[in-house]
Write a protein that binds this ligand. Structure first.
Ligand code: KMH
Ligand code: ZN
Length: 282
């Protein structure tokens, strides 16, 4: 069992509108402030969906680069760009996000119903993302929405080799309407299907957030939290901000005697090189 807990913050996502959720960080300043606050509370990785100046999700490369650079300037967080985007995003634009040269990127392992929408992840796109990340030195986080997608992961690794860095890290995204439920039983069913030596995190969407977090901690797993997945803190109590969710996750991790990993410990775990400090001439 890993001794510490990797906490990934997913602050924004692509599903909620700023008008409906005013606390959602969408501007560069809001994302940077959120990232900084949440690093101080125990987050080590930032799972990032970028919004345009109109507050809507965008994969526009200059904008993506601008937000990545701003987060890097202000924090030590591992920057993990979403290649999932929004359900409406085409495959080529999702692949092009890798041009922003993040430390890491998400890689979804199968097509899944997403509420009334469909989140398309055909095999050829999975292979293309995996091999492009290998070539570019970007570490994937494999997003798994259903048990069968772990069989896809085994096939992917067998045919195309280990990811850059050599370590396999999986995020079980649970409770999506159309995917596996956010229950302890579903999480336990996934564990024997993880590749040997892999680590895993779990994310419970909506009201499954807490049960999934507790199940993941009890099984030696890591956590992803944030307003991408959770907008209600308790029944009838909207989430105040992302920091509230990270603080709860960090508190539970400490109670489990697996305190939050620092960003540099997270890099070691995930096989991401620690950035060398830039020497300032005197
Ligand atoms: N926005 C969802 C359709 C990812 O970031 O890789 C997909 C998603 C997964 O959020
Ligand atoms: Zn995402």
């Amino acid at each position: 069992m890993t001794s510490g807990t990797l906490i990934t913050l997913a602050p924004t996502g692509a599903e909620s509108a700023k008008v409906d959720v005013p606390a959602l960080p969408v501007t560069v300043e809001e994302v940077v402030a959120t990232a900084r606050d949440c690093q101080a509370l125990g987050a080590a990785v930032l799972h990032l969906h970028v919004r345009g100046t109109d507050t809507r999700p965008t994969l526009d490369l200059p904008r993506v680069r601008e937000v990545v650079a701003a987060v890097r300037e202000a924090t030590d967080l591992v920057v993990q760009l979403s290649t999932g985007g929004a359900v409406t995003d085409p495959a080529d634009a999702r692949l092009a996000v890798l041009d922003a040269a993040p430390d890491a990127a998400s890689l979804s392992l199968g097509t899944v119903n997403f509420g009334r929408d469909v989140f398309y992840n055909p095999w050829d796109l999975i292979v293309e993302l995996h091999t492009q990340m290998q070539q570019r030195g970007i570490v994937p986080e494999y997003e798994v929405f259903d048990l069968g997608q772990l069989a896809t992961l085994a096939r992917l690794l067998e045919r195309h080799g280990l990811p850059h860095g050599g370590h396999v890290h999986v995020d079980l995204v649970m409770g999506v309407p159309g995917g596996m439920p956010g229950t302890t039983a579903a999480l336990a069913a996934c564990l024997p299907a993880l590749p040997p030596g892999a680590t895993f995190a779990a994310t419970g969407v909506g009201r499954t957030s807490l049960p999934v977090m507790l199940a993941a901690l009890s099984a030696g797993g890591h956590l992803r939290v944030g307003m991408e997945d959770t907008l209600t803190y308790a029944p009838d109590e909207p989430v105040r901000d992302n920091a509230q969710l990270v603080a709860r996750a960090a508190g539970l991790a400490r109670i489990a005697q697996r305190p939050p990993l620092t960003p540099s410990e997270a890099r070691q775990l995930l096989g991401i090189p620690v950035p060398t400090p830039v020497e300032v001439p005197r």
